[in-house]
Design a binder for this molecule. Structure first.
Ligand code: SAH
Length: 224
């Protein structure tokens, strides 16, 4: 999978992809993530990428041209399955959207907005899908794009190993994940549930499933 992210502040996206699981996924060539600075596509002398909103009002708007130019250049090189705009009024991201994107997309572009957002004509003419990561407003789309990218990539076969398998994570089967513990078995007189150290794999499996159901009933009954 290839993910091209368009940003006004590309440095914000330097660290999320350079460690741990996402770094290894790139090293293993399972995914290619490219961050593009839309300022490189500005055609004016000042290299500006934003302007005042028509009609007045507070806040700058990202201009149509640099973003469109960057997309056109990328489209010369390959076909994209989707051009996604991160936006608080988009489809609310959830695990089932991540599963769908991870299994059906080969190349995607993600546009990060900034300030008041991007020129609406990009959304009308170019963008094919809009995603929100929650009902709150961030200062830019970069952190949202990092969330989406992480959530999609970890689902691609080969990215996670057995120890971190996505299948046993929350939401995969509409259940929350069961509690987890590690050594030491007793700390400060707080004990790990005995069953987990019993070695009885079948009983442990059942215990985990029960805990998952209980936890979901308690915390997220809407999932059941
Ligand atoms: N004026 C816009 C908010 C702009 S925030 C509004 O009121 O809807 C600046 C940028 O941050 C947006 O263009 C978008 O790319 C990103 N952003 C902010 N909140 C987000 C969210 N919840 N999900 C995804 N992207 C978000």
């Amino acid at each position: 999978m290839r993910i091209d992210i368009l940003s006004a502040v590309p440095s914000l996206l330097e660290s999320p992809f350079n460690d741990s699981i996402l770094k290894r996924a790139q090293e293993k060539k399972i995914v290619e993530i490219k961050v593009h600075n839309i300022r490189d596509y500005s055609t004016n002398k000042q290299k500006s990428i934003d302007d005042y909103a028509f009609g007045g009002g507070a806040g700058m708007v990202l201009c149509i041209e640099p973003i469109h130019k960057c997309i056109l250049k990328l489209q010369e090189e390959r076909k994209y399955d989707e051009i996604i705009y991160m936006s608080p009024d988009g489809e609310l991201l959830n695990q089932s959207i991540c599963n769908q994107m991870s299994s059906s997309y080969k190349n995607i572009i993600i546009i990060c907005g900034h300030y008041k957002g991007i020129d609406e004509r990009l959304r009308d003419q170019i963008v094919t899908r809009e995603i929100s990561i929650g009902d709150y407003v961030l200062s830019g789309g970069e952190l949202a794009a990092a969330v989406l990218t992480d959530a999609i990539i970890r689902l691609i076969p080969g990215v996670l190993n057995n120890e971190t398998s996505a299948l046993t994570d929350s939401f995969q089967d509409n259940l929350l994940a069961p509690p987890v513990y590690t050594r030491p078995a007793v700390y400060n007189n707080w004990k790990v549930p005995e069953i987990l150290t019993s070695g009885n794999l079948k009983a442990i499996e059942e215990w985990r499933h029960e805990k998952s159901i209980l936890r979901t009933k308690e915390k997220r009954p809407d999932l059941l």
